[in-house]
Design a protein around this ligand. Structure first.
Ligand SMILES: Nc1ncnc2c1ncn2[C@@H]1O[C@H](COP(=O)(O)OP(=O)(O)OP(=O)(O)O)[C@@H](O)[C@H]1O
Ligand SMILES: [Mg+2]
Length: 260
């Protein structure tokens, strides 16, 4: 499936760790404003692909374009300032700092201005207000004074989303955002993604297929590093290669766990 107005274009993207090919010649577009899911079995290369797109790891081969510009050799921090941000599969908060301070640091970093050694009360107030706004958006305002270490798993994820939004992203890559969440927290997260403006394109790696089929308008499937299916959720759900990669035929159930 090609995008008519792509925000992200991957061409022949490959990542090798020594002899292991973690991402194998992936060519894929992400439409501007997309709600796009990337799924695949454990070890399929989803997080590796995110790391290459976000600039954490240099691709072995291939091209990445953001908004039509070749960013293949652009560093991670600059990509983030260009609006391309990702969350990690494992939490990346400063646990000994308050929720508000974590988000405030993210806001400060996203301004790209150098850290000032002298205090500026007006600037501090602005940063704090913006951080509080983001915590309200993500439903965590009443926990702003808590240490991140004291948050529940779902609350930590909410704080991470606030930190992502601090970057004023145009493209967000969520890596397994609902892993370890309760059903209620998962529901809250899905609602949060649904409430994001379309000026933010979203790609989500997700194992919870209920979340995938609730949020995604397009689904791409990786297996052993390669893209094996890509299209609207209904088509992908019925795709034989996808069924095979996930379950093997012997299980006699489809992607929704419905007996066939
Ligand atoms: N830093 C690394 N060095 C070497 N091999 C790695 C590294 N990171 C990942 N791999 C390997 O690359 C392959 C893809 O891993 P990756 O974590 O990208 O998969 P994934 O689809 O995100 O899996 P999961 O669903 O379990 O998160 C796996 O075989 C993994 O063992
Ligand atoms: Mg992963």
């Amino acid at each position: 499936m090609t995008a008519t107005d792509p925000i992200l274009q991957l061409e022949d993207l490959t990542l090798r760790y020594g002899s292991l090919t973690a991402v194998d010649s992936v060519t894929l577009d992400v439409e501007r404003g997309a709600r796009h899911a990337l799924i695949g079995p454990n070890g399929a290369g989803k997080s590796s692909l995110f790391s290459v797109i976000a600039g954490r790891i240099r691709a072995t081969h291939g091209t990445i374009r953001l908004d039509g510009h070749d960013i293949t050799r652009v560093g991670e921090a600059r990509r983030s300032r260009l609006g391309l941000v990702r969350t990690f599969q494992h939490s990346s908060l400063f646990l000994g700092m308050s929720v508000l301070d974590n988000v405030r640091v993210a806001v400060e970093r996203s301004t790209g201005s150098p850290i000032r050694p002298w205090p500026s009360p007006r600037r501090d107030r602005r940063l704090r207000e913006r951080a509080m706004e983001l915590l309200e958006t993500t439903g965590l305002a009443d926990r702003h004074a808590a240490l991140c270490g004291a948050l529940s798993h779902g609350e930590r994820r909410q704080a991470e989303v606030a930190m992502v939004l601090a970057c004023d992203p145009s493209l967000i890559l969520f890596d397994e955002p609902t892993a370890g969440m309760s059903a209620a927290e998962t529901n809250l997260f899905a609602g949060l993604v649904e409430s994001l403006p379309r000026s933010m394109s979203v790609v989500v790696v997700e194992h919870d297929l209920d979340v995938v089929f609730r949020l995604a308008e397009r689904v791409s499937v990786l297996a052993s590093g390669a893209l094996i299916a890509d299209g609207d959720p209904e088509t992908v759900r019925n795709d034989d290669a996808v069924q095979e990669a996930y379950l093997g035929r012997s299980h006699g159930t489809d992607l929704f766990g419905v007996a066939s």
